[in-house]
Write a protein that binds this ligand. Structure first.
Ligand code: A3P
Length: 293
């Protein structure tokens, strides 16, 4: 259930996370080479992590030695909140990637002030909600009462969800990307699905690892897309049966459900969809950001 969440700096998170935010804001020294991989939960974090990791490390591994074949994307890069409470230098040696669900406003000042890059993925909130609901159903402690779709929906609409309100999480990064387009790349799950090649190339260029013509001719972009695809990743043994130590032990398969656009239509009543549409419209008004119906 959402009971253990606390409201800290305007967003809902677990208490241990708030602690790491405080430490991060105080002590984290961003390097210009850092790449922050950010998202609201259930927006395509796993996918973005896999893609960014593959792009950045593509000259280090061949198609059989890539760590993504043996580890969940979530263990391939340090997570800001998981690591910061334990040690201050959280970077993996030689890997500039750090993942975070922290809203933009609560990122350490050094991250915002330095030349490091931030990539953010968002998703149609209707699908993100449905995904979150299924995720919570799988990972909630067994002793907790199950939460119904209706209850979870109510909380979501009130802004009470992990790292939410969802609209603040999205808008923080959206506005930052409008103000500082060379600093923050704002991606949408739906666009990535529609034209994966274009967006993967954009991502590679943005983080400073553009594909050379030679790489493109050798099919490197397509190889990365294929390896990071839902079909491929969800069928890897490690993602079917493996377990990762995240905040707690989590079965890797909880991060792979359907991987489709528009699954909300199978779960939300027209009334629910309408209510969420209205909230989205109201909250995003004037921002220039929309989610197509
Ligand atoms: P669904 O529950 O709609 O299937 P996150 O990674 O932010 O936790 O989000 C999880 C959502 O992304 C789930 O959505 C999951 O199926 C989907 N997903 C996971 N890996 C993916 C991939 N490689 N490509 C596309 N979608 C993926």
């Amino acid at each position: 259930t959402l009971k253990p969440l606390c409201l800290y700096q305007g967003f809902w998170c677990f208490p241990y996370y708030a602690e790491s935010i405080i430490l991060g804001q105080k002590y984290y020294k961003a390097e210009p080479s850092d790449i922050f991989v950010c998202s609201a939960p259930k927006s395509g974090t796993t996918w973005l992590k896999a893609l960014t990791f593959s792009i950045v490390t593509r000259t280090r591994f061949n198609s059989s030695s890539n760590p993504l074949l043996f580890q969940s994307p979530h263990t391939c890069m340090p997570s800001f909140h998981r690591s910061f409470s334990k040690k201050l230098d959280i970077r993996e040696p030689g890997l500039p990637l750090i993942a975070s669900h922290t809203p933009y406003a609560s990122l350490p000042k050094s991250v915002k002030d330095s030349d490091c890059k931030i990539v953010y993925i968002c998703r149609d909130p209707r699908d993100a909600f449905v995904s979150l609901f299924h995720y919570i159903a799988k990972v909630r402690p067994k002793e907790n009462e199950p939460i119904s779709l209706e209850e979870a929906f109510e909380l979501y609409c009130e802004g009470k969800s992990l790292f939410g309100p969802f609209w603040d999480n999205i808008l923080g990064y959206w506005r930052a990307s409008v103000e500082r387009p060379r600093k923050v790349l704002f991606l949408k799950y739906e666009d990535m699905m529609k034209d994966t090649t274009l967006n993967v190339k954009k991502l590679a260029e943005f983080v400073g690892y553009p594909f050379s013509l030679e790489e493109e001719q050798q099919g490197m972009v397509q190889k990365i897309i294929e390896m990071c695809s839902f079909e491929f990743m969800s069928n890897l043994e490690v993602n079917k049966n493996g377990i990762s130590r995240l905040a707690t032990n989590v079965e890797n398969n909880v991060f792979f459900r359907k991987g489709k656009v528009g699954d909300w239509k199978n779960h939300l009543t027209p009334e629910m969809a309408n209510r969420l549409d209205n909230i989205i419209e109201q909250k995003l008004i004037g921002s220039g950001l929309t989610f197509n119906p």
